[in-house]
Design a protein around this ligand. Structure first.
Ligand SMILES: NC(=O)c1ccc[n+]([C@@H]2O[C@H](COP(=O)([O-])OP(=O)(O)OC[C@H]3O[C@@H](n4cnc5c(N)ncnc54)[C@H](O)[C@@H]3O)[C@@H](O)[C@H]2O)c1
Length: 373
């Protein structure tokens, strides 16, 4: 198969869909790989590394889209890319259709085969979302620590403490992928960490794997309110799949907190789990409410593009290789994870929640039927 990887054009997006290593794996499997010149530069991956891996470098995005049967990228196609998409082309990337009716209409009109990272589901987990939660989780502890410094109006507490002086208190709401990774990083820094979650089995698991400076507590409202009063850093990491994040910290609660504490709302992409959260950007990441610093960047992994690129590629490669070797029909038939990832095919919506999001049930066709399997 001919595989194409264009440069990402979304504002401040520095990740890339293929690394030289993953591109090499496609080449080794007998495929041709076309990379847009400069596609990897944001992740410190120069063209020469792709050439050494056996790829063909093409000057423009248009040439890459035109040469490829399957496009592998990171973010959803943007308006400037709509005209480049070929009828019936297979695109393997994040789509987030429920938030983008125009893109959905274009994919339906062009009969695009959209294999969406965010809905590939295996054993009740979303393996192509998980690596980004890992990055954001680990980063949240670092960002919280950074903004705790006095010159950012934080409490001026060194998270790890020093001899004879207490470390910071870190409270993490939600102990899933983000929460566990935040806890691991904060604990590694030497902070005293508390993780709250509603899922007892998850709490049991976290208690077993995390070090002794992490306490795992059941997340009832009183426990959260009590822990908030002592916290120097609060990390919001809850998720109710498909729903808006529950507001676990109210504006009133801020008045009970220590002045200069830092709140990092990782769940901001689902609306945020603090009442006072609003989305921020890497260029202007924090604001203050009642002397509490809020960090609410909605695309945290973008800050560490190279790490995120490698983490994403490690997760997407096995699925991409199956798509390339077998084609969409056989790959979906033999792997239900890829079947759940199929969002549009032959002018139909093949992922029901996307159809429901726009009241387009008449355009929904179950993926097995659409693929005639
Ligand atoms: N801002 C970013 O750049 C970024 C990056 C990656 C992920 N995220 C977001 O981070 C959030 C968490 O992602 P995840 O992968 O860790 O999800 P996850 O499903 O692995 O974990 C969520 C956890 O929240 C717990 N939970 C639900 N309601 C709760 C409550 N009321 N109190 C305490 N715990 C509760 C669940 O039991 C679960 O363990 C999601 O909204 C995700 O989209 C944001």
């Amino acid at each position: 198969m001919k595989i194409g990887c264009p440069k990402e054009i979304k504002n401040n997006e520095f990740r890339v869909g293929l690394t030289p290593n993953t591109a090499h794996a496609y080449v080794q499997a007998g495929h041709s790989v076309f990379i847009e010149s400069g596609a990897g530069l944001g992740s410190a991956l120069p063209d020469c590394e792709y050439e050494a891996a056996g790829c063909t470098i093409l000057k423009t995005a248009a040439e890459v889209w035109s040469a490829a049967d399957m496009i592998v990228k990171v973010k959803e196609p943007l308006k400037q890319e709509y005209d480049l998409m070929k009828e019936g082309q297979l695109i393997f990337t994040y789509f987030h259709f429920a938030a983008d009716r125009e893109l959905l209409d274009v994919c339906l009109k062009k009969k695009i085969i959209s294999e969406a990272y965010e809905t590939v589901e295996e054993n009740h987990t979303l393996p192509l979302l998980k690596p980004m939660s890992e990055v954001a989780g680990r980063m949240s502890a670092l960002m919280g620590s950074y903004y705790l410094s006095k010159h950012y109006c934080g409490r001026g507490i060194l998270p790890c403490g020093v001899t004879g002086v207490s470390p910071a208190q870190v409270l993490i709401l939600g102990g899933g992928t983000v929460g566990a990774n935040a806890a691991k990083t904060a604990a590694g820094l030497g902070a005293n960490v508390t993780v709250c979650d509603l899922n007892l089995a998850r709490l049991e698991f976290l208690s077993e794997i995390l070090p002794s400076n992490v306490t795992c507590l059941y997340s009832d409202p009183l426990t959260v309110k009590t822990a908030l009063k002592k916290a120097d850093i609060v990390i919001g990491a809850v998720l109710i799949p498909g729903a808006k994040a529950p507001k676990l910290v109210t504006k009133e609660d801020l008045k009970t907190m220590q002045s200069g504490a830092v709140m990092v709302d990782v769940a901001i992409d689902q609306g945020g789990c603090f009442e006072t959260s609003r989305p921020t950007t890497h260029s202007d990441p924090v604001y203050t409410v009642d002397n509490i610093i809020h960090y609410c960047v909605a695309n945290m992994p973008g800050a560490y593009a190279r790490t995120s690129t490698f983490a994403l590629n490690n997760a997407t490669l096995p699925y991409g290789l199956q798509l390339a070797a077998k084609g969409i029909k056989k790959a979906c038939k033999e792997n239900t994870a890829l079947l759940t990832g199929l969002n549009t095919y032959d002018g139909f919506i093949t992922y029901e929640p996307v159809a429901q999001a726009f009241g387009l049930e008449k355009l929904y066709m179950p993926p097995l039927k659409a693929l005639d399997l």
